[in-house]
Write a protein that binds this ligand. Structure first.
Ligand SMILES: NC(=O)c1ccc[n+]([C@@H]2O[C@H](COP(=O)([O-])OP(=O)(O)OC[C@H]3O[C@@H](n4cnc5c(N)ncnc54)[C@H](O)[C@@H]3O)[C@@H](O)[C@H]2O)c1
Length: 346
């Protein structure tokens, strides 16, 4: 098919998207799809908050508005679904999309436990084809992509060490160890697997609780990673940085080092001081990544060629996350058994 024919098909038949959960992240995805992706049309939105639903529905020109996700998934005017509801709903919603045979971009994490994530893998494998993409958007961040290219080019030699730094602001509510690891550090776990192109087989995790009398919580998670090929890694995830949101990685190889340099605001020297503005949150830090992520997702649907992070990546990251939780609670290193990868994941 020529490019011109493809473009005509795309412009006359945009992929009709339904977005489930249109809060901070889902609202951004819906607006990006509506405004930045010519091959997509947001036809439907669903949320349990009627005010948010109306606002985002109006902004995106989505005529179909639902309070029930199943009705959105089943609707004939929805070709594909973006899931950005709270974490605990992801696995069930993803399986409903698989049962309906509709491609889905599911926000991370795939599930809240590895066992639950496995049920999504089993459903997708039973259907015989990849339908799920996971919202690990760092794969679309230009700074991370540049580091990945250098690692894959071989110019660093064998990659030996991953270091991931993830700092965020707290809303004041203490977060459980489980939540910090499965909701925040899960990005760093995936980032380590993706950039090192190797599986993590052992973790040793330690936490600093959010308060002395709340040992079930974490404000800081520190994880030592062991990769299958002998490489090492360190994830340092601080969810109460007190100064802003910052994510960076550094990869050490046999012949050098590659690192992201995420701060791109102007450096200012003034009044005997030097300062640089730091982003507030992920929506600012990863704004271009979110646009590229949904654009490539829609492109993969148009061409019927699934790409990007898969449900398998979501599942294996959850296996590592579960091991981190066990390690943080037991104070011991935990080994991870990675099962055989089903054929549909290449
Ligand atoms: N990839 C990333 O960088 C990134 C960043 C932030 C959040 N996220 C993920 O996106 C998801 C949403 O996070 P958020 O920050 O937008 O939270 P949010 O609280 O701002 O939005 C969640 C929305 O879901 C709605 N909701 C609640 N119950 C629902 C249900 N049963 N069905 C559908 N919608 C429901 C809420 O009313 C709200 O509008 C989470 O899973 C989170 O982990 C990913």
């Amino acid at each position: 098919m020529t490019k011109a024919v493809e473009e005509t098909i795309v412009s006359t038949n945009p992929v009709r998207i339904g977005v489930v959960g249109v809060g901070g992240m889902g609202g951004r995805h819906a607006r990006n799809l509506a405004r930045e992706v010519a091959a997509a049309k947001v036809t439907a939105v669903m949320d349990v908050d009627v005010t948010t639903l109306a606002k985002v529905g109006d902004e995106c020109g989505a005529d179909l508005r639902f309070s029930d996700a199943n009705a959105l998934i089943a609707h004939a005017d929805v070709d594909a679904v973006l899931i950005a509801a709270p974490d605990r709903f992801h696995a069930d919603l993803a399986k409903r999309c698989i049962a309906a045979g509709k491609p889905v971009l599911c926000e991370k994490p795939l599930a809240t436990t590895a066992a639950e994530a496995r049920t999504v893998i089993d459903a997708e494998v039973a259907g015989g084809k990849r339908l799920v993409q996971l919202g690990f958007m760092r794969e679309y961040d230009p700074a991370h992509v540049a580091v990945k290219r250098i690692c894959d080019s071989g110019e660093l030699g064998r990659v030996l060490v991953f270091r991931g730094m993830h700092n965020g602001l707290s809303d004041g509510r203490p977060r459980t160890i489980e939540d910090v690891i499965t909701n925040s550090a899960i990005h760093d776990i995936h980032s380590a697997r993706w950039l090192m192109d190797e599986e993590i087989v052992r973790v040793y995790a330690s936490v600093i609780p959010a308060a002395a009398d709340r040992p079930d919580t974490a404000r800081f998670v520190f994880v030592q990673l062991h990769f299958a090929d002998g490489a090492l890694g360190l994830v340092d995830c601080n969810v109460d940085s007190g100064y802003g949101y910052e994510v960076d990685v550094q990869i050490t190889g046999e012949r050098g080092m590659a690192e992201t340099n995420s701060l791109c605001s102007a450096g200012v020297r003034q009044s005997n001081s030097r300062r640089q503005w730091v982003e507030d949150n992920w929506l600012q830090r990863f704004d271009t990544a979110y646009v590229a992520e949904v654009r490539e997702w829609v492109n993969s649907i148009v061409h019927a060629q699934p790409s990007g992070p898969s449900a398998w990546d979501g599942y294996v990251s959850m296996l590592v996350a579960d091991a981190c939780i066990r390690s943080a609670k037991s104070g011991a290193a935990v080994d991870i058994e990675i099962p055989a990868r089903p054929e549909i994941y290449g």
